[in-house]
Design a protein around this ligand. Structure first.
Ligand code: HEM
Length: 395
């Protein structure tokens, strides 16, 4: 009750506000209640960049190691669900193969090939739906290669992925782990275990396995499953959101056609405005003061990356899509601190080649206006944000 009186804007927020176009309410919260109690979340929401960074960097106070996170119950403990020394032990073997240079040399060529194959498949049609038929497959195929699962049918990997994600969602809602969930994880594990023994140059997972002195095979597999979660939905959203911004800003599209070296800025600005994963969750380990909020041990602290990324203290005219603005890279879309996204170089590489391929090979690319209203193409979603579909045509 006290919270409701102290945080009237937070008390008024609905899930629909956060899901569709959250930016107006995030602005109001940031201005008046930068760390606010939202009854609809049964937790705190942090919308100012400064406090958002404090939370993400301080894993001793704000932890992911909490029973409310159900992923660990389905796939076992991993870097995503641990903090401190255990977190480092699980994450360390993956650091080297995920470095920028290693990622570029391992993946550039294969990503370009995937992208050309995908575009070859629809270029003659003159039209396509770029989210499900392009952005999604780029993400899935890249993760299959990263995990050394090239011999496995894409449909199988996707069905294990969907079933495990659904199981985690149900377990979060209080249901027991289903047999289907156990079977899907067992199938994924059985396909991943042989990869751990292969040559390090055969896949990113084999390379990480070669470096994982302190981890059991089962633990490496848990982390590989987490890579799959980290690398599919978010990457599909990232590419789809960047395409959305290009298609709704034709002048910028013209600029990048002429000057491909402007592409990284377009991708960064799109990452800032619509982070494909809009929030990260932590639990307070102890009573702690954050700004003017008195947080109690055990409470949920949700960091709004979307809110932090439009903080006017760092980004002037924060709602404007402006790839030529200063401090482009100051967004926090890949988080910060010990859980900073492990796949950020790979994700950026995928986005770069996906956009470059589309721009190069699909002239006069535009949204199919009769198919879906521009307003409905807007990214939406409470946690994962992306357009429902991107119907386009070209001539
Ligand atoms: C190749 C694609 C990707 C892979 C393999 C990947 C993998 C991962 C992994 C393993 C983590 C957990 C790191 C840890 O807990 O120590 C992580 C964290 C994170 N990733 Fe990614 N990721 C990818 C793409 C993306 C994209 C495209 C976005 C957003 C646009 C994103 C946003 C995040 C965020 C916000 C976190 C922090 C989660 C937290 O702190 O709770 N990732 N990623």
């Amino acid at each position: 009750m006290t919270h409701i009186l102290t945080y009237p804007i937070g008390a008024s927020v609905t899930l629909a506000d956060l899901e569709d176009n959250p930016h107006p309410i995030l602005h109001k919260l940031r201005a008046a209640e930068p760390v606010s109690w939202l009854p609809v979340l049964d937790g705190w929401l942090v919308t100012r960049r400064e406090e958002a960074i404090v939370v993400m960097r301080d894993a001793k106070t704000y932890t992911v190691d909490h029973p409310a996170f159900s992923t660990a119950r389905v796939v076992g403990p991993s870097m995503l669900s641990l903090d401190g020394d255990a977190h480092r032990r699980h994450r360390d073997p993956f650091e080297e193969p995920f470095r920028r240079r290693a990622v570029h040399s391992r993946f550039s060529q294969i990503i370009i090939e995937y992208i050309n194959d995908l575009i070859d498949g629809f270029v003659a049609d003159g039209r396509a739906e770029l989210r499900r038929d392009f952005a999604g497959p780029v993400a899935v195929k890249t993760m299959i290669a990263a995990l050394g699962l090239e011999g496995t049918a894409v449909a199988d990997v996707l069905s294990w992925y969907d079933t495990i994600v659904e199981t985690v969602t149900r377990v979060t809602a209080g249901e027991p782990i289903s047999q289907a969930g156990r079977d899907a994880y067992a199938a994924l594990r059985d396909h991943l275990l042989p990869v751990l023994r292969r040559q390090p140059d055969s896949s990113l997972l084999a390379a990480a396995s070669g470096m994982a002195q302190g981890l059991l095979d089962e633990q490496i597999v848990s982390n590989a499953a987490v890579l799959l979660f980290g690398g599919i939905e978010t990457t599909e959203g990232m590419i789809a959101n960047a395409l959305y911004f290009l298609l709704t800003n034709p002048k910028v599209l013209t600029v990048v056609r002429d000057k491909p070296n402007a592409l990284p800025a377009v991708i960064e600005e799109s990452l800032r405005l619509e982070p494909a994963a809009a929030v990260v969750d932590r639990y307070a380990v102890r009573n702690v003061q954050l700004g003017s909020a008195a947080i109690r041990a055990g409470e949920l602290v949700r960091v709004s990356l979307a809110g932090a990324n439009r903080d006017p203290a760092t980004f002037a005219n924060p709602d404007r899509f402006d790839p030529f603005r200063p401090h482009l890279q100051s967004h926090v879309t890949f988080a910060q601190g010990p859980h900073v996204c492990l796949g950020l170089h790979l994700a950026r590489l995928e986005a770069h080649h996906a956009l470059a391929g589309v721009i190069k090979r699909l002239p006069n690319l535009q949204l199919q206006k009769n198919k879906i209203a521009t307003d409905e193409v807007r990214p939406r979603g409470l946690v994962f944000r992306k357009p429902a579909a991107l119907y386009v045509l070209w001539v």
